[in-house]
Design a protein around this ligand. Structure first.
Ligand SMILES: Cc1cc2nc3c(=O)[nH]c(=O)nc-3n(C[C@H](O)[C@H](O)[C@H](O)COP(=O)(O)O)c2cc1C
Length: 189
């Protein structure tokens, strides 16, 4: 795949700096109610963040597994995912989804695919619009910024309150623990 995000390390760094400069709210209201982390990750970057949040705060972690996993060949897989995105197609989830009614706060952890939320997470959100809940997006990408992932979440969850996201390039995920915990704190946790 020749997509530009793989080539531009400088823009990746700039994007990360812009995010830091944009800042997080200085003070956030303490989050109340129960929380759960819902995760899809293919290569582990987003998983690291979701697992850290779950472990640090003692929240349950729900990993979305697929009925039919993607091709292991990266190039084939990205082409398939792009086609699914164009067709707004689904990728069915095999994970049993528990009753989410008792949770007020839902962390939605997904990689960015072709500018958007990953197809498996889009599928989950189509089936679970999380009305009345607070959603805290956790996103990784190669370098693309996360606005359209957040827009997807707002689109599929119009009656949820979508809060400030945590985004980091996947290559920096494992080194971003400190920033992640700062975001959690600023988000009221
Ligand atoms: C199908 C597919 C499409 C992707 N599209 C983009 C993209 O448009 N922009 C970008 O910066 N990264 C893109 N990436 C890179 C992933 O967002 C990045 O590697 C992410 O950290 C992977 O997370 P994971 O390890 O949790 O699966 C894409 C990856 C895949 C598999």
């Amino acid at each position: 795949m020749t997509h530009s995000f793989f080539s531009s390390r400088r823009s990746l760094f700039k994007a990360a700096c812009a995010l830091a400069a944009a800042g997080l709210p200085a003070l956030a209201q303490a989050a109340s109610g129960r929380s759960i982390v819902i995760l899809f990750s293919r290569t582990g970057n987003t998983a690291f963040l979701a697992e850290t949040v779950a472990k640090e705060k003692g929240f349950p972690l729900l990993r979305l597994q697929l009925q039919k996993p993607y091709a292991s060949n990266y190039s084939d897989m990205t082409d398939i995912a792009r086609d699914e995105l164009r067709r707004d197609a689904r990728r069915e989830i095999s994970t049993r989804i528990p009753d989410l009614s008792g949770y007020s706060n839902v962390f939605i952890a997904t990689p960015l695919w072709w500018g958007h939320a990953s197809i498996p997470m889009r599928t989950f959100l189509k089936d679970h619009p999380l009305a009345g809940k607070n959603i805290f997006p956790i996103i990784t990408s190669g370098s693309s910024t996360p606005e359209d992932v957040v827009a997807d979440i707002r689109h599929f969850c119009p009656k949820a309150s979508v809060r400030k996201e945590f985004w980091v390039p996947g290559s920096r995920a494992a080194g971003s623990r400190k920033e992640l915990l700062a975001w959690l704190k600023a988000s009221g946790f």
